[in-house]
Design a protein around this ligand. Structure first.
Ligand code: BJW
Length: 229
């Protein structure tokens, strides 16, 4: 087997679950309590912006009370120590990877901690509620701010950089994601086609588990530090 130099790590809600942040599709997850079409599509936002802003205000406030866990810390340590290329691609909109110290990181589904003004197309750091209809800090217009997250039907961020890294990867690792949402769910096949070894670390087999060369099942706070060591 050729030596591993370049690593791409995909993370999902399962990596933050043990920090107390709800996943989407597990029992009791966010999609059991809210209809996806209502809160995570541009059409839902156009129909009832208050509902959507309230949903994200609640989650933004909750995230700020949570702390990185052993899985985030292990990945940050790997990022700091790995001499080859490494990219953590997270689907999560929380900031726990960066609070743990990760630097080579892409938020492909955006972040709760930015507001996006659709009037002037500026993204601003944001921790307060959006439901109050505050003015955009860049252009001053009222009523155009939305959470800077990627909803169904929208294009995930920085896809060219992500595919570039996947196509150079010797190892692709998927952590804490159900493999239900594309394009992220297709990364494992892209990585295989490019010749990478593939590893899944997840509580249970994901929808795409059969695509991985190896799968380990259990909580991320055990599996990830054990894998990184
Ligand atoms: C643990 C654990 C612990 C628990 N330890 N593990 C038909 C076919 C194919 C595609 C489509 C289709 N129809 C429509 C599409 C496209 C659509 C899509 O994929 N739909 C599917 C439902 C089929 N995708 C899109 O629209 C995307 N855009 C797009 O495709 O643009 C065109 C394009 C094409 C080609 C290239 C590029 C672009 C946009 C998707 C946007 C997703 N947005 C959300 C909301 C973000 C904001 C927010 O947070 O509210 O992103 S939805 C939600 O799902 C969120 C997540 O990032 C995403 C993935 O969820 P994740 O992270 O996997 O969480 P869960 O809950 O599903 O899984 C958690 C896992 O962890 C479980 O397996 C647990 O077992 C495990 N776990 N505790 C370890 N302690």
């Amino acid at each position: 087997m050729s030596p591993i130099r370049n690593i791409v790590i995909l993370t999902g809600a399962g990596v933050s679950a043990e920090s107390g942040i709800d996943t989407f599709r597990d029992a009791g997850g966010l999609w059991e309590q809210h209809r996806v079409e209502d809160v995570a599509t541009p059409e839902g936002f156009a129909r009832d912006p208050d509902l959507v802003l309230r949903f994200y205000d609640m989650r933004r406030a909750a995230i700020q009370t949570k702390q990185p866990n052993a899985a985030h810390r292990a990945l940050a340590r790997l990022d700091a120590e790995w001499a080859g290329e490494l990219l953590i691609v997270t689907q999560n909109v929380d900031d726990l990877h960066e609070r743990a110290g990760a630097q080579r990181l892409i938020h492909m589904h955006g972040t709760h901690l930015n507001a996006w003004c659709t009037g002037c197309d500026t993204r601003s750091p944001w921790t307060a509620p959006l439901l109050d209809r505050p003015p955009c800090p860049a252009c001053g217009a009222v009523g155009h701010l939305r959470p800077d997250v990627v909803w169904f039907g929208e294009m995930p961020y920085r896809m060219e950089e992500i595919y570039h890294a996947i196509n150079r990867a010797d190892l692709f690792v998927s952590i804490g994601t159900s493999g239900a949402v594309y394009p992220a769910a297709g990364f494992v096949r892209e990585a295989r086609a490019a010749g990478a070894r593939t590893l899944e670390l997840n509580m249970e087999p994901s929808q795409g588990s059969h695509w991985f060369d190896e799968a380990r099942h259990g909580p991320a706070t055990w599996l990830v530090p054990e894998w990184v060591e």
